[in-house]
Design a protein around this ligand. Structure first.
Ligand code: 9D3
Length: 254
């Protein structure tokens, strides 16, 4: 269970608003988790408090200096105890719910955020993992660190009003969620699917399973190909396909 998360960044104040509000803020104010952002500049030793320099071999941009990072890591582990040390970087392993669950079992995390074009490769001698939040380019590791903290905070028991953990398991089982509706039952000519108002819970369960399957096939073929379909799943998919106008069956193919 996570006790504390330390963060090393040149913009520690970026974390303040996020730590105050929402689920993360609630987890922190309840004392469920302690989050401490630290300024990398406090671990520099030169007069200008330098945290970056030009890359050996040339090229554009700047590279985060190794030494301030290493000093910060050492100081924080001495002060607060051993932590699982994670560097946020676009070259890291993709963040998944499975990895979030694994990290949620640690007592302490130490997150290292980079800026500029990247970090000195030797940082890997001092850290346990390198994590990315997806294949898009941000300006630094601060937002990815906040994404990770948010995902971890909602797994702390008592942080969410209703425990989502079982639903999460179903996401981990590999399907997107079914569509949801609330009041009104009709809006601007768009009605809520009648089955959801029927009170027939077995039919509702089947409809939701069918929608989850169809959506996943349409939007996330990568997830869909990894799912093991039950006999019922196959029937629900076949029934959906048969209902769709403009379908082409084998018989129609010349
Ligand atoms: C020219 C190569 N660039 C990588 C595509 C260099 C580079 C750009 C931006 C290196 C670091 C960054 C800042 N991004 C992060 O630190 C980062 C990140 C991201 O940009 N996307 C997804 N996950 C993450 S985790 C850290």
């Amino acid at each position: 269970m996570i006790q504390s998360i330390d963060i090393i960044s040149i913009f520690p104040e970026m974390f303040d608003p996020v730590l105050k509000v929402s689920i993360t803020g609630r987890a922190i104010s309840k004392g469920a988790v302690i989050v401490r952002p630290h300024n990398l500049r406090d671990y520099t030793t030169d007069r200008h408090r330098t945290t970056d320099d030009t890359p050996y071999g040339g090229g554009s941009g700047m590279v985060m200096l190794l030494e301030p990072m290493v000093r910060a890591v050492a100081a924080l582990e001495t002060q607060y105890g051993r932590a699982r040390k994670i560097v946020l970087a676009p070259t890291g392993r993709p963040l998944t719910q499975k990895l979030v669950r694994e990290l949620s079992k640690e007592e302490r995390l130490l997150l290292i955020c980079g800026r500029y074009e990247g970090m000195d490769e030797r940082i890997h001698r001092y850290v346990d993992d390198e994590i990315s939040i997806g294949d898009f380019v941000l300006t630094g590791g601060e937002l990815p660190a906040m994404v990770l903290i948010d995902a971890l905070a909602r797994l702390i028991p008592g942080v969410l009003h209703n425990e989502h953990s079982l639903e999460d398991e179903s996401f981990e089982s590999g399907l997107l969620e079914y569509p949801q509706y609330s009041r009104p039952s009709e809006s601007d000519g768009h009605a809520v699917p009648a089955v959801l108002l029927s009170g027939n819970h077995e039919q509702i369960r089947r409809w939701r399973r069918q929608q989850a399957l169809i959506r996943t096939r349409e939007r996330r073929p990568d997830l869909f190909s990894a799912v093991t379909l039950s006999e019922e799943d196959r029937r629900l998919i076949a029934a959906w396909d048969a209902e769709q106008p403009g379908r082409r069956t084998m018989e129609m193919t010349p």
